[in-house]
Each structure stands twice: as structure tokens, then as C-alpha cells.
Design a protein. Structure first.
Length: 231
């Protein structure tokens, strides 16, 4: 059995929730690196099969080796490509993009939205774990008509990570600075007393108070948060 880091376990939990919602089917791991997540999904019966994509040959080889070693060669495909380019999505797929910068994730999903039909997009789920630019990722998904089914936060070696689970609703909307920066799902969780999210927000408040000097969106978000806190 593969031992996942706290971060990857939190990603796995969201993939598992998406698979439970959709029923049996494939998991597509974009940027699979060592293939740990994909192997775990197969080992635990979360996925019927997996597709791993990798932009670099080296990590793709690691993923392919992991599939052979764990005996899943016949239920896996490893493709060297940029994001989802060349991957034909199917109804019921769960697509996971974890451990990458937010702008890279936006680039990958933008191209996917351009090539897939709204009908197909409505029948897949995305699990997204950005390393940075989390607010830009939330803004992008909202403006492109995605609904936030859930968002979780985990800590791993003193860092906070956000994991978003999303479905396509086809109706674009604006989140506004506050929800872009703090997350609509997380705001609700904090309101209902979730201690982890509350300590994550304390951390964000500190980071944002520095960044607000040069970033207007973050300044607006922080001002709204202070207004809310002082009510
Ligand atoms: C930091 S690793 C994260 C691996 C794994 N997803 C995780 O969460 O632990 C990022 C991986 O994504 C790959 N990658 C980066 N950009 C990519 C892209 N546009 N398409 C496919 N793979 C990409 C890198 O080669 C690297 O192996």
C-alpha cells in the first residue's frame, strides 16, 4: 500500500468523494509525477482505470514504473503531454490537477474548456490543488461557470494547502474579492466553527496584511473581512 503525504491524502479524499458522487469510473491525474495518487486510487478501488499525464519524460517514466511495480499496467495509461492535450475525456471522469501553480492549472483547464462540450463538462468533476495563486484559481473557475462542490484545507510540513472539488454549472458568475481570497465554501466552514479553517484564515490575514500594500484585490478582501469580523 502506498503511503500518501498529508497533502496527497487530502487530494485523494476529494477524488474519492467525486468518484462516490459519479459512481465507478476513471481518474485522470494531470502532472502525475511518481504516480502515487493514481496507484492509491487503483489500490483502494476508487478508480476503475487511470490516465496519468506528464509534461516531462522523467516523471512519466516514474509513473509508468509505479504502475508496473504495483501490477496496474493493464488498467493505466501514462501519456507525455501538456495538461490534458490529446486526452479524450469521457462522461464520468474525475480529473485531478494537484501540486502545480495556479496559473499553470488555469492554462490547462482553459484549453480543456475550449475543446470539450458543455454537455461533457457537466458530467465530469475536477479536483484542484494549487500551490499558489489560489484566489486567481477561484476567480477563473467561477467566471467559467464552475460550482464549488467542496473545498478543504490541510496542513503538511507547516504549509497550508487548499483542495477544491468542482463541477460545471455552465453559468459564469463573479465571486468578488472577499470570496476569491477566502473561498465561499471555506467562509461557510469557518462560520460553522471549523477550527482548522479558522486558523488557516488567521494565517491568511497575516499574509494578506503584507500583500495588501501592493495588491488591490487583496486589500479589498481584507477590508471586507475586517468589516465582517467587527459586526
Ligand atoms: C510538484 S509535482 C506534483 C505531482 C503530483 N501531482 C502531486 O500533487 O504530488 C508537479 C508535476 O506536474 C508536472 N507538470 C507541470 N506542468 C505540467 C503540465 N502542463 N502538464 C502535465 N504535467 C505537468 C511536472 O512535471 C511535475 O511532475
Amino acid at each position: 500500500m502506498i503511503n500518501l503525504s498529508f497533502r496527497l491524502k487530502a487530494v485523494y479524499d476529494q477524488v474519492s468523494a467525486a468518484r462516490t458522487e459519479l459512481g465507478p469510473g476513471r481518474v485522470i491525474d494531470v502532472g502525475s509525477d511518481h504516480g502515487l495518487l493514481a496507484v492509491s486510487c487503483l489500490e483502494n478501488g476508487i478508480a476503475t482505470s487511470v490516465i496519468c499525464t506528464e509534461i516531462h519524460e522523467g516523471p512519466a517514466d516514474h509513473s509508468a514504473d509505479a504502475m508496473i511495480t504495483s501490477g496496474f499496467e493493464d488498467r493505466s495509461q501514462v501519456i507525455v503531454t501538456d495538461g490534458l492535450d490529446g486526452v479524450r475525456l469521457e462522461k464520468g471522469d474525475v480529473i485531478v490537477i494537484a501540486g502545480m501553480g495556479g496559473l499553470n492549472i488555469i492554462d490547462i483547464v482553459s484549453r480543456c474548456i475550449e475543446t470539450e462540450t458543455p454537455e461533457l463538462l457537466k458530467n465530469v468533476r475536477f479536483v484542484i490543488q494549487p500551490q499558489k495563486s489560489v484566489n486567481l484559481v477561484r476567480k477563473f473557475f467561477a467566471e467559467n461557470g464552475f460550482v464549488f462542490d467542496d473545498e478543504s484545507v490541510c496542513t503538511d510540513r507547516d504549509f497550508f494547502y487548499n483542495i477544491m472539488r468542482m463541477s460545471y454549472g455552465a453559468v459564469p458568475y463573479e465571486l468578488g474579492a472577499y470570496k476569491e481570497c477566502y473561498g465561499s465554501v471555506l467562509l461557510k466552514k469557518a462560520e460553522s466553527g471549523d477550527e482548522l479553517i479558522r486558523s488557516y484564515f488567521d494565517h491568511l490575514d497575516e499574509v494578506f496584511s503584507i500583500r495588501s500594500r501592493s495588491d488591490r484585490v487583496i486589500r479589498d478582501a481584507l477590508e471586507e473581512r475586517l468589516r465582517y469580523e467587527n459586526q
